[in-house]
Design a protein around this ligand. Sequence first.
Ligand code: S3P
Length: 202
Amino acid sequence: MIRFGWKKNKPVDETAKAVRNSLGPRSIALVGLMGCGKSSVGRRLAARLELPFVDADEEIERAAGKSIPDIFAEHGEAHFREGERKVIQRLLSEGQKVLATGGGAYMNADTREAIRRAGISVWLKADLPVLMRRVLKRDNRPLLKEKDPEAVMRSLMERRYPIYAEADITVDSRDVAHDVIVDEVLKAVAAYCRKPAHAANV
Ligand code: S3P
């Protein structure tokens, strides 16, 4: 429900306020395959919660001083993964935020553990046609620079979905307005935090 508060007629976002309270100091990390909407949903989610938003891929590029395609081309995937692990550990230790992780990040056990310690993980789960429609619009993902990007995606889904399923919360990402998904994430986080085992220990 949105009501108008007395301060400058700014609407009070009751849903977000309640989630923010029940989160306590915890961060929210979005995980899932390329194209599932981690960055677009994450940015809007952070705005609703009035928390900082950080995109791990952008931070990796900043730390390396080069783009992800260049990191892959010049140093290889293993080097990228090591940088990704370190950057995410650092970001999670730097205070509460909404963090969008790169699609492969959650596959690393140390990263999963760092996310578990820092807060709540949300898997944005999307089906193949949705993912393909989105990723084919851009040319910035080294793993998809193959003859058959759909086959690559299918095999990533097979390998990664069982691991993404370890996330605390799963939300179905689909072709609807990002704000619809943001609302579903907020409701899912609220329901998760209502369970006694997951209440904030502030
Ligand atoms: C990758 C996903 C990308 C990026 C890199 C590798 C992956 O991030 O980290 O190209 O392994 O799935 P997005 O999921 O944000 O596209």
